[in-house]
Design a protein around this ligand. Structure first.
Ligand code: NAD
Ligand code: GLY
Length: 370
């Protein structure tokens, strides 16, 4: 069964299709968007090895000529060097404004390719074929594109919406358990931030999602995308509601900064700890009950995800360094700390100007060092 979710952004609206077997249908689905019958497919080497032949055959069966650009896997590819290399390779292919680039991979490939497309000859269209759970439920939808710099993650980027997103659930079968769980952190985030019924459904069916059982996986991915599409449709540029999608990210990014944005702590794992911390901090500040915070934590832990800083390699971390990372986060405004907190399960809100001393006391109570 294929589900189609529309991201409503006026003339830039697009469909996100979710289902098994979409790569086999990619040629047919993409053909109307490729008037020149060609596309540059950007992927990482792992995705090319595992799924490249299937996409290549699907495109060629429809008379589409793919030009493959395979980059090294890993966050380091989402860099100035990676952007320069990709841009140069696109130029070497002679693509121009009427052409379309295809991002085929996880969030690293989607973010880099989307950003390269946004600046290539002042802007070229692109299609997303996300291959990780995280990319399917989050990064491929909504048009945030970026690269990292030595001063921080995702600091240079653009809003650039894709023409189409094809989330083929079949490709998730080759993902490692750890990457699957990391993506699931973003799924549970949607329940925690705005849909208590979805959170309850995940309490009952989350294990089936992680086991890739088709019905549960399809619902879990599609409901996540529906929520993201609705929020992005209301607030594309994150002036208000879109900030709710950052639940768990202020705490999580601080831990990712401490651990170097790599294998020690995957982005989704940082979000998992961060969501649990956001609920515990909300309880400490009296916004939600301790029972809600405990239930949020239990839902995250049930997926085998970390919920405490002590579970992160390199712990304990100094409270002041964590606060420094939070203040440097691009979501901070004029140095004031902004958090997404919760009034209850499924009821997140944006809290601006949070007192750094209250954050420090909370972090110390969570095991950070003075
Ligand atoms: P990733 O792209 O690095 O992929 C993780 C690993 O999985 C890589 O080694 C990759 O080669 C491998 N892989 C990909 N698909 C596979 C498959 N089907 N089978 C086997 N292996 C596969 O990481 P990610 O977790 O997908 O994305 C993380 C990135 O996304 C970060 O850079 C983060 O900043 C970004 N992100 C962006 C947004 C946004 O809104 N733009 C949202 C969330 C995260
Ligand atoms: N991942 C957060 C956003 O897209 O806004």
């Amino acid at each position: 069964m294929t589900r189609t979710i529309r991201v409503g952004l006026g003339a830039r609206s697009y469909d996100v299709m979710v289902g098994a077997g979409l790569i086999a249908r990619a040629g047919e689905l993409m053909k109307p968007l490729l008037p020149r019958g060609r596309t540059a497919v950007v992927c990482d080497e792992t995705v090319q090895r595992l799924h490249g032949a299937a996409l290549d055959a699907s495109l060629k069966a429809q008379g589409i000529t793919p030009s493959w650009i395979a980059l090294p896997p890993g966050e380091q590819t989402k860099s100035w060097e990676g952007l320069a290399d990709l841009s140069d390779r696109l130029l070497a292919l002679g693509l121009d404004r009427g052409d379309v680039v295809t991002a085929f991979g996880g969030g690293v490939i989607g973010d880099l390719t989307g950003f390269a497309a946004s600046i290539y000859k002042r802007g070229i269209d692109f299609i997303q074929i996300p291959t990780t759970l995280l990319a399917q439920v989050d990064s491929s939808v909504g048009g945030k594109t970026a690269i990292d710099t030595t001063r921080g993650k995702n600091l240079i980027g653009a809003f650039h919406q894709p023409l189409l997103v094809l989330a083929d659930l079949g490709v998730l079968g080759t993902l490692s358990d750890r990457e699957m769980r990391a993506g699931y952190a973003e799924v549970i985030k949607y329940g925690l931030l705005g849909d208590f019924a979805f959170f309850e459904w995940l309490e009952a069916h989350g294990a089936e999602v992680l086991r890739l059982e088709p019905e549960a996986l399809g619902h879990g991915v599609a409901r996540s995308i529906e929520m993201k599409a609705e929020i992005v449709g209301q607030d594309e540029k994150e002036a208000a509601a879109r900030a709710l999608l950052n639940l768990g990210h202020t705490f999580g990014h601080a831990l990712e900064s401490e651990t170097g944005y790599g294998e020690a702590l995957l982005h989704g794992e940082g979000v998992a700890v961060g969501c649990a911390q956001a609920f515990r901090f909300s309880a400490v500040l009296g916004h939600c009950t301790a029972q809600d915070a405990a239930r949020a934590e239990a839902g995250i832990a049930a997926a085998g995800l970390p919920t405490r800083m002590s579970q992160v390699t390199g712990a304990p971390f100094p409270a002041d360094r964590l606060i420094m990372h939070m203040a440097q986060d691009k979501k901070a405004e004029s140095g004031r700390l902004t958090f997404v907190l919760a009034k209850g399960l499924g009821e997140a809100f944006v809290a601006k100007g949070v007192d750094a001393e209250a954050v420090r006391a909370f972090l110390l109570s969570e095991g950070a060092t003075a």
